[in-house]
Every structure is written in structure tokens, then in C-alpha cells.
Design a protein around this ligand. Sequence first.
Ligand SMILES: [Zn+2]
Length: 249
Amino acid sequence: MSVSQFKSWQKCPAATLAKLKGDWQPTSNPTALLVGNYVHSYFESKEAHEAFLEENKAAIFKKNGSERAEFVQAINMIEALEYDDFFNFLYQGEKEVIVTGELYGAEWKGKIDCLNVEEGYFVDLKTTKDIRQGIWSEKYRTRVSFVEDYGYLIQMGIYRQLLEMRYRKPFEAFIVAVSKQDPPDKEAIRIDSWRYESELLEVKHDVPEILRMKYGEQAPRRCGHCEYCRKTKQLSDFVEVGDLLDSRG
Ligand SMILES: [Zn+2]
């Protein structure tokens, strides 16, 4: 299971199962995804970036050969990191490394943007709208940053665990974030290791039920408010006014 599939199960089992079975496809924002991949492929290798440009030229370039606005922005994001000495010092190691392993009864597979086994750390590049924007989180019952909101603590926690099992040594996870603002903001982010404890406990707790739902031994729960649930919704009862805001537990 990939971490993104796990996060999808946590969010809405019914939608995730429908997606896995090919019954339903979420509406995606291909341009936002492509901007992230544009930045990632650049820092992977020259060949990877050229292959990416070739594959997506219709989306990236206008008829006159110049980049669409989103990709001009992606170039600004790349330059914000490329000419940063701290980033260049940090972002050394093997790029796009696949890491696999068994954890809490599930087989995991992940891809690490930059892995430095010798120094015992890895770096994940994240592109985000605004690094400092607070987002209300039902899970944490408080305002959180994009790191918690996108489940990056779970992702980093699992990758770290998989690496430590494989190499039998401690690893530290760093996130290098670059924003889609003009000009882009950037941060090198470290994570205090206590933050992983409750995240991984949650993974351990949730995996058995997710596997039962995945393999058809248990009916998938509906979250009741995501794109898939709204699309397939049938009313069957009343909801009290006071439950409207708390129903996204
Ligand atoms: Zn749902």
C-alpha cells in the first residue's frame, strides 16, 4: 500500500474502494499535479526533466513555444531552490529511491525524493500554495500547517520506519517546501521525532480495518461528504442542526 492510498482509506473507505475497483474517478487538477512533477523532475536529473517536458509538452507550452503561466511559476520555484546554498548542501544523495517493507501487517511502498544513507537522512520536496497558511483540521481539532493537513507526518513517519528497518540505523526526515506564491516562499523543515509516535499509532490502529475493507471482508464506510459520497448520496434520515458542523469527525 502506498501512503497516499492509506490516507485515502482514512479519508473515505467507500470512495477509495470505488477508485481501486475502477468504478469512479475523482476530479483531479492535472495542472497542479504537473507543476509539482515539473519541480520534482528537475531536481531528479536532467534526463528525467527532459523526459517529463517531452511527455507533457502540450500542457506546458503555449502555441508560441513559451511556458504557460503555471509553469513560469514552476521555473521560479525551481530557481528559488537551485540558487540556495543551504538547499544544495542538504539535497545530496540518491534521487527517487523506492523503499518497501512490511509494517503493521501491510506491505508498503514509497518513493523518496532524496536519500542520504551515509548521513542518515532523507528529504522530500513539497510544493504548496502557502507554507505558512493555517488550515482547520478536524483530526487535530486545531489549526495546522500544510504538513499535517496533507498527512505528511504519516508519510515521513512510515518512510523513516521503513528505512530504519532496512538499514538498521536511525534516519531523520526533512521536508523542503516551496510555495506557489510569486515570488515563492521556501523553508527547510525538520520534524521533532515525538510527532511520529501518535501518527504511527494511528496507522497501526487503522491498518487491520483497512485491509478487511480492501479485501472485501468488511463493507467500506462512507465519509458522507466527499466528492464520491456527495455524488452517490441518498437521504435516509434527519440530521440535527448541531450535528452539521461536527459530522466530519
Ligand atoms: Zn466519502
